[in-house]
Ligand binder design. Structure first.
Ligand code: SF4
Ligand code: FE
Length: 480
């Protein structure tokens, strides 16, 4: 396995095409806006080296018998699924941000089981090819970006009827040695920090959408791939060299609009090519795993926010007030409810025909549906507890200015157990998590990541077994 430093160097050595704030970058490494996101991924490597976390952060490969980072694991049983969620909670606690590496892990598991099913139906050899790719990722300890979401254009039209056929990623040319693909993937979490990108279709597809039923993996610095970094609220504070004002200057997340402009994919890296019937299954499996993921990562970030709210209350001298204690209880209750769903859908997992395990779909969708709501309430309560200074406090530079610094120290002092600087740092972290750069990961991603709320409601309605439930009533009441 790679160390954190080796991971950073491996990303530095790649030649990706990254644009950020109108400029092309040579590398994400060292860029003030992007380095915190790299630090979050680096944590997935660092913790795997620490004795205390080694058991949680690693697994034994089912393909090679070698020790691997759990982020490249294929889940062999329910306990693997549970450990995945526990690992994500720990990483959320350590980074207070999106650590990006889970999308690839979820994509790997979804593609592994689906290629097995496709081969059984059509006699293709995608599964063996995918196994080779998996062994490569496990042995090299790679970070893989899972790329699902297409721009989707006019949502009322299927891919082949779009005015611009590139609004869904598609095969534009078939050659004897591979295919040429064109299109884009939006909201690509962590792609500029990933070694490989594993592409999947974004929706169920019909026969006429054959060219869109494509799954493959290529290195992220492949010719034709361009990443345009998404803006985050308050991102330019990271350019001001003011750690205090950023709130969390060590860690962050990143998303990018990623263009595939006539990218060549060799045959051995193709894992679906025209099998439209399996596009929907692949999407469902990936979404299920990622909805489970949120029952871990968002809970870990929630732990940090609850801690920050408790410290803010102490620094204000109100920690003993009954309503503050009650709000912290409510935040904990909501956060642990999310965790309970993440653990439950893992414990209730089952094997797929390929042998690897997937989560209980209904419970994973309930998990994610709760995630679209509870972090917002936890954020609201943290802002309630913190008070207005969270958004009106002067800048770090004013704190350091000889004329204003002493005034800020004097007039923004509260509990004598906290320096004014530490008090402001805590407020800024709450601002960061609920309104700043980290709100992308903690709030908006909670809403739309792994599918928007309605996508879960559709799954819940399909899995809710209403007929069975009516049957219970009929049998109790002797109704035919
Ligand atoms: Fe992982 Fe959560 Fe980020 Fe998704 S949102 S990549 S599950 S940390
Ligand atoms: Fe996500």
């Amino acid at each position: 396995m790679m160390t954190g430093e080796q991971y950073i160097e491996s990303i530095r050595s790649m030649k990706m095409h990254i644009f950020c704030l109108g400029e092309e970058l040579e590398t994400a490494v060292g860029h003030p806006i992007l380095q915190p996101a790299l630090n979050s991924v680096k944590m997935t490597y660092d913790l795997a080296q620490e004795t205390e976390y080694r058991k949680l952060m690693t697994a034994i490969s089912s393909l090679t018998g070698r020790t691997i980072n759990r982020f490249t694991n294929l889940h062999q049983n329910c306990s693997d699924l549970v450990d995945k969620v526990k690992m994500q909670r720990v990483l959320g606690q350590k980074t207070a941000s999106c650590f990006q590496r889970c999308v690839g892990m979820d994509a790997m598991n979804a593609v592994f089981s689906t290629t097995y099913d496709i081969d059984r139906k059509y006699g293709t050899d995608y599964h063996e090819q995918f196994k080779k790719f998996m062994i490569y990722c496990q042995d090299k300890d790679l970070t893989v970006d899972g790329a699902m979401t297409d721009p989707k254009g006019d949502r009322s039209l299927p891919p082949h009827l779009q005015t611009d056929p590139d609004l869904y990623l598609r095969v534009v040319k078939r050659r004897s040695d591979g295919v040429i693909v064109r299109g884009a993937k939006v909201h690509q979490t962590g792609i500029c920090n990933s070694h490989e990108v594993l592409v999947m279709p974004t929706i169920s597809l019909g026969e006429k959408d054959r060219d869109y039923a494509i799954s493959f993996a290529v290195p992220t610095d492949t010719e034709g791939i361009t990443m345009i970094i998404g803006r985050q609220s308050c991102d330019t504070r990271k350019l001001e060299c003011s750690c205090q004002d950023v709130g969390n200057c060590k860690y962050g997340g990143v998303e990018a609009l990623t263009i595939f402009n006539d990218v060549f994919v060799p045959n051995e890296r193709i894992f679906m090519n025209g099998e439209t019937k399996y596009a929907g299954l692949l999407v469902e499996r990936f979404a299920g795993y990622h909805r489970q993921s949120y029952g871990g990562c968002k809970v870990g970030v929630g732990d940090v926010l609850i801690g920050a709210a408790a410290l803010a209350a102490e620094s204000n001298g109100v920690a003993k007030a009954y309503h503050i204690k009650d709000k912290l209880i409510e935040m904990t209750h909501l956060n642990e409810t999310l965790y309970a769903c993440g653990i439950a859908c893992s414990c209730e997992g089952h094997p797929t025909p390929s042998g690897i395990y997937e989560i209980d779909t209904l419970l994973a969708n309930v998990c994610k549906q709760n995630v679209t709501r509870y972090p917002y309430e936890i954020a609201r309560l943290s802002q309630d507890i913190a008070g207005g200074l969270m958004v009106t406090a002067p800048s770090e530079k004013d704190c350091q200015n000889h004329a204003t610094g002493p005034l800020i120290n004097k007039y923004l002092a509260a509990s004598s157990s906290f320096s004014t600087t530490n008090r402001l740092k805590i407020f800024r972290l709450i601002e960061n998590l609920t309104m700043g750069t980290a709100a992308v990961g903690y709030l908006t991603e909670s809403m739309h990541g792994a599918g928007s709320p309605q996508a879960q409601r559709i799954m819940i309605s399909r899995q809710g077994s209403l007929e069975k439930k009516k049957g219970y009533v009929k049998s109790i009441l002797d109704i035919e």
